[in-house]
Design a protein around this ligand. Structure first.
Ligand code: ZN
Length: 379
């Protein structure tokens, strides 16, 4: 019996694997893959379950990557169905993870079961890298699996990540890279004092405002060949002060930059630190800055396989997908260290929302796309 994508997607949704919980999702997947002859290796890092499953030993190794963890349901009362029941209504599968991304995982496994029938003796190997830690901190997930695979010299020749890359219609968009992301946590220190005697104090509030004005005014770039322009957003400004007649001692702000391949986290830090130093010096303040880098900007220069995938998507959806680098970060930022990566999955319009859904027709089409990608890759 071939594996049915809708049935498997429903079963996966019924495992409430709200990050970092697994709730049996990885084992369910492993069971299905074992039935297709895959060797399944569960990799536990701290409280996170990950799976590396492989069929065959020969090169090339085609890998599918994804995550079984999902974001919380949010306001449960606003859902039209139980988010973990996997119910189809009006030809739409509704549930947490329907498109991000239990649906696409189910499509790939269903495609595999057909591929094995058509090509039982293909030359190469197929692997799945599935993590339970993508939606939250992503420390004990793909990042560690990749480190482990690298250590044992496991080779991946091409990786397809099943994130929901389409905004509103299946076939609109493939991702060939992602922007980088860096968050900065800035504190400016002045001198606390009485508001009536400001000459005896030094207020850090106007100083941090000057700094934030300067960094939001920088034009980082005009975009590059494959990327939109980089952007800085201030997301928090805080002054802890319990009184109205005290000049505060410190002011803090948090900002995030989504940046393209014209920058690195290092070059941005340098540029910003210079501004902080200059403004603070002029105003007799000091500052402290710390950064969190979620990922550097990267791109997989389109190759033969990229164009093959684009052609298949066009054939099945009648839409020629854009090769894009827009949107947030994904686990491709770790995988690209050992393999070229392309991302294509379902329509992500309702991802992370109430009533997350995937069209049943899209699921069928995505399975067909994945099947044809495999058939072409192992031609
Ligand atoms: Zn996702």
């Amino acid at each position: 019996m071939p594996i049915n994508e809708l049935k498997l997607a429903k079963e996966l949704i019924r495992r409430p694997s709200v990050t970092p919980k697994d709730a049996g999702a990885i084992n369910l997947l492993a069971k299905n893959l074992q039935s297709l002859g895959f060797k399944c290796q569960i990799m536990n890092f701290k409280n996170i379950k990950n799976l590396y499953a492989k069929l065959g030993k020969l090169a090339p190794n085609f890998c599918f990557a994804g995550h079984t963890d999902v974001v919380p349901v949010g306001n449960l009362k606003s859902w039209s169905v139980n988010p973990f029941s996997g119910i189809v209504k009006n030809n739409k599968l509704i549930g947490r993870g329907a498109n991000d991304m239990k649906g696409s995982i189910a499509c790939f496994v269903a495609a595999l079961s057909q591929f094995k029938k058509i090509k039982p003796k293909f030359k190469g190997s197929i692997s799945l890298l599935i993590t339970g830690d993508e939606e939250a901190v992503a420390i004990n997930g793909t990042k560690k699996v990749i480190e482990k695979l690298k250590k044992r010299k496991e080779k991946i020749n091409f990786c397809l990540v099943g994130e929901p890359t389409n905004l509103t219609k299946l076939g609109q968009m493939m991702k060939i890279g992602r922007r980088g992301s860096i968050t900065g946590y800035l504190t400016v220190y002045g001198t606390q004092g009485h508001v009536a005697y400001p000459h005896q104090a030094n207020n850090p509030a106007p100083v941090i405002i000057k700094i934030l004005n300067q960094i939001t005014d920088i034009k980082l770039d005009n975009g590059t060949k494959n990327f939109q322009s980089s952007n800085l957003e201030v997301v928090k400004i805080n002054i802890k002060n319990t009184a109205d007649n005290i000049i505060p001692a410190e002011a803090t702000a948090t900002f995030n930059i989504r940046f393209n391949n014209a920058h690195s986290s290092g070059s941005l830090k340098k540029k910003l630190n210079k501004i902080f130093g200059n403004v603070c010096r002029k105003n007799q303040c000091t500052f402290k800055i710390s950064y969190m880098v979620s990922g550097e900007a990267f791109i997989t220069t389109p190759n033969k396989t990229t164009y093959m995938i684009q052609k298949i998507i066009k054939k099945i959806t009648k839409i020629k997908p854009k090769l894009s680098t827009t949107g947030g970060i994904s686990d491709a930022r770790f995988i690209r260290k050992i393999s070229p990566c392309v991302e294509f999955g379902l329509v992500g319009k309702t991802a992370h929302m109430v009533d997350e859904m995937a069209s049943v027709t899209d699921l069928k089409k995505l399975k067909k796309i994945y099947l044809n990608i495999l058939l072409n890759y192992f031609k």
